[in-house]
Design a protein around this ligand. Structure first.
Ligand SMILES: C[S@@+](CC[C@H](N)C(=O)[O-])C[C@H]1O[C@@H](n2cnc3c(N)ncnc32)[C@H](O)[C@@H]1O
Length: 270
């Protein structure tokens, strides 16, 4: 299965031994890359961004199944590129430590240890004179100080306990361009009421807020809207998002019992 997907992917991006040259980014893709670069949102080279966008397009054109997953989005440049190129229905999970990276282990190579030492000694530089964002503890502050959300998005919604720290201008509040909502449920309702076809909505969250529920609510009947559940795993991993939070223990106990009964019946040959 994996081999067949790899072969299809190879054919899709023109890496197969069939003489097909690698894909080139379109003019629109190049413009998007330039905008991302101009706003200092990526650490990746133009070549890497071009490879990302053309690979993503080839995957979509070949109708390859699967989800996209970005392990380490930094300031979001590559995530914006992928999210703008992929089919809307394809899930895209974006992860990062959103702060100081954890130390390397003995399994990491020497260059990784050297890079980590440079980071902890305060020698790491950000993009074009910006501070290295891993040194700044509150990502909300970074994003807003640099005004990046505002430049790129038509509407910005902040939620969670830090929402009031956005420092959005009064003009943005008054025009409705900036919205501050208390809970993930309120954000979900707002997006459901106002989203238009073809719109790109970027959800960015610390893991405790579980904003993935907002995306899940388009395809599932999400009933678990507790602001903070205390779980670090995603809602997809937890799997209980269609059950109200206060019923989770009951639900799990009943499920366990049903499974036991099933196993018991099976053992008795029933
Ligand atoms: C090279 S940067 C990613 C570049 C990004 N894709 C772009 O367009 O600029 C690597 C990212 O991985 C994150 N990272 C590294 N180790 C991590 C870990 N153990 N857990 C979570 N994130 C990690 C860092 O915080 C950093 O943002």
């Amino acid at each position: 299965m994996l081999r067949s997907i790899v072969a299809r992917l190879g054919r899709a991006v023109g890496l197969a031994k069939n003489g097909v040259p690698p894909l080139q980014p379109t003019a629109a893709e190049l413009r998007l890359i330039a905008r991302i670069r101009e706003r200092k949102l990526t650490y990746l080279s133009d070549r890497k961004l071009a490879s990302l966008v053309t690979t993503c397009r080839a995957i979509e054109e070949s109708d390859l199944p699967g989800i996209f997953l970005e392990a380490g989005c930094a300031l979001g440049g590559s995530a914006i590129l992928l999210a703008s190129t992929k089919r809307r229905e394809r899930p895209f999970n974006v992860y990062d430590v959103f702060g100081m990276i954890p130390p390397p282990t003995q399994d990491d190579t020497q260059d990784v240890h050297e890079r980590y030492q440079a980071i902890v000694q305060g020698q790491s530089k950000g993009i074009d004179g910006d501070p290295y964002y891993g040194y700044i503890e509150d990502l909300y502050e970074v994003e807003l100080k640099l005004g990046r959300h505002r430049e790129i998005a038509d509407e910005v919604i902040y939620t969670g306990d830090n929402a009031h720290r956005s420092r959005a201008s009064q003009a943005d509040h008054d025009s409705g361009r900036f919205i501050e909502l208390r809970s993930a449920k309120e954000v979900s309702d707002q997006i459901k009421q106002t989203a238009v076809p073809g719109e790109l909505i970027l959800l960015k969250s610390s893991s405790n807020l579980h904003l993935e529920r907002i995306a899940l609510a388009w395809t599932h009947d999400v009933k678990c809207w507790i602001p903070v559940c205390g779980k670090s795993e995603s809602c997809q991993m937890c799997g209980l998002y269609e059950v109200p939070f206060e019923e989770h223990s009951d639900f799990l106990a009943k499920r366990k019992l049903a499974r036991r009964r099933h196993r018991f019946r099976w053992l008795l040959g029933g």
